[in-house]
Structures are given as C-alpha cells and as structure tokens.
Design a protein around this ligand. Structure first.
Ligand code: CA
Length: 233
C-alpha cells in the first residue's frame, strides 16, 4: 500500500528456495514479509500477530496448510489466505473443504503471478473510499465501508473473496454476469484460471445464505442476483 504502514504478509512454506523467492518479490513491492518454515510456527505466528495476508503452503511439516486455515477460520480469523498447492489433489482439498481460502496457486508458479494475486487481494480487502455505501436486497445487507454483511439481521461470516463476489452481484441485481467478468473484477485478473474457483465461492456463499439464497445460476453463462422462484432447481 502506498499510505501508512507497510502491509504485512506471512509466508508459511517449508521449501526454502520458494520461500526466499516469494519474500524477495514481495519485499520489492513494499510488503513486510515474515517467513515460517513449518506448520507449527506458522500457526503460532498467525495467531499471535496481525497480518494483512497469509501465503500458505498445503504440504507442511507438523501441521499442514489446510489445517492451519481451518483453525484460524474456526477462531474467526478471516485474514485473506492464498494457498500454494503442489498437486491437483491438493487443489481439490483446498477448494472442496470450504476452508475459506481466498485464492490458490499451483506450483510451479511465477513469483510475478503470486505478487499480482497478492496485490489484487490486498487492494480489494482495503476499505473502500466511498465510505458508508451499503447494499440491501432480499434480506441481505452489505456495508462496503466496514465490510460487514448480514442476512435477516444475523451476521454473515464471509471471506474477503466471498464478500466481494456477493457485493458485486448485489450491486447489479437481475443482470446475468459471466464468470470471466467476475474473475476480472472480483479476483482482479483475467487469465484462464478456470471457472471452478468462481463456482466454489458461489457455492460457499449459497451455503451461508441458506436455501433461499438470491443467486441464480444461468447454465453455461454465469450468475445473477435475483430472488429465487419456485421453478428454480
Ligand atoms: Ca511443502
């Protein structure tokens, strides 16, 4: 970030060369980086200190990355997390377990790509300038300044990505939005990431909103924010 204190990133990665490379690239962009090389120390650091973002390897000694994420989320810590995965089955674990990951990269990835993802997440996690702006529809309210959301008066616990994705749809009620548009505007990049990421995050939001979630799937196209009708599957 340009203003104030540098953004702090925790990197939990047991492969030293990868960790060093990530650290060098992030430091070059002005981030303050702390590195941990096993799951134990990574979890402790995340619990004790405040970070703006955590880069988390899945395969770690002692406690693996998915377990660290699960424990943080269980303790209501919603610091954005980017997973580093080594294999497809790790991607499946990250996406399938509803861990509240904000993004993931599959090794080998380019440090430049990682930095781009990190910056995109940090940018949209930062409080928006248009303070006080809020959205309300179908019992869901979203405050874009405080980044809090509620559903029928009950707080919704959303990851940064889920919040932004829901707000993006809510701000355009009734419009069918393609997955590529969501990737570009919510995730902040447009290269072929695969649409699975969008689908998984939509599924997570739906789970949190319950059976009457106002998100309609338009097969082969994308999603729209609209109240459900009885003929929806
Ligand atoms: Ca590893």
């Amino acid at each position: 970030m340009v203003h104030g204190d540098p953004m702090r990133v925790l990197v939990v990665e047991d492969e030293w060369p990868i960790s060093d490379l990530i650290g060098v690239y992030l430091a070059r962009e002005g981030f303050e980086v702390q590195s941990c090389y096993d799951g134990d120390s990574g979890l402790s650091a995340a619990q004790i200190e405040n970070f703006d973002l955590i880069i988390l390897d899945v395969g770690l000694p002692k406690i693996d990355g998915t377990e660290i994420c699960r424990r943080l989320r269980a303790a209501n810590d919603w610091t954005p997390i980017v997973f580093c995965t080594a294999r497809d089955d790790e991607v499946d674990r990250v996406l399938g377990l509803e861990l509240g990951a904000d993004d993931y990269l599959t090794k080998p990835f380019s440090p430049r790509e990682l930095v781009a993802r990190v910056k995109a997440i940090v940018r949209r996690s930062a409080y928006q300038v248009n303070a006080g702006e809020s959205l309300e529809a179908d019992g869901v309210s979203v405050n874009l300044r405080t980044r809090r959301a509620s559903h029928n008066g009950t707080s919704l616990i959303l990851t940064a990505t889920e919040f932004d994705l829901m707000a993006y749809l809510m701000a355009r009620p009734g419009r069918v939005i393609e997955r590529s548009e969501l990737l570009e505007n919510v995730w902040g990049y447009s290269e072929a990431l695969g649409t699975r990421t969008v689908d998984v995050h939509i599924a997570q939001i739906r789970t949190k909103l319950g059976p009457n979630a106002s998100i309609r799937t338009v097969r082969g196209v994308g999603y729209s924010w609209e109240a459900p009708t009885h003929d929806d599957a």
